[in-house]
Design a protein. Structure first.
Length: 88
């Protein structure tokens, strides 16, 4: 079990970096005036896994996952990776 801790820490840190980067990107979207810079920073791509349904007689469960990455979230992932390497 202890061998999984570094992997889980890396996944957690990179996910947190993506979330923080997306948050900063959305805030910049409100602050920046309309123009090329705003369009560049808010350029995003959505990756998704469609909903899958598990139907057991009494229970129906539908799950899906969607991730939206923009330029700032990629920068956030890079910063998180750098901090992870520095911290180790």
């Amino acid at each position: 079990m202890s061998n999984n801790k570094p992997v889980l820490l890396a996944i957690y840190t990179l996910t947190l970096g993506a979330i923080m980067g997306t948050l900063v990107g959305e805030i910049l979207g409100f602050i920046l005036p309309e123009g090329v810079v705003k369009q560049f920073f808010l350029l995003s791509k959505t990756l998704s896994v469609g909903p899958g349904t598990l139907n057991i007689i009494m229970l129906q469960l539908t799950l899906g996952l969607s991730i939206t990455l923009n330029v700032i979230s990629l920068i956030g992932i890079g910063v998180a990776y750098y901090l992870l390497r520095w911290w180790r």
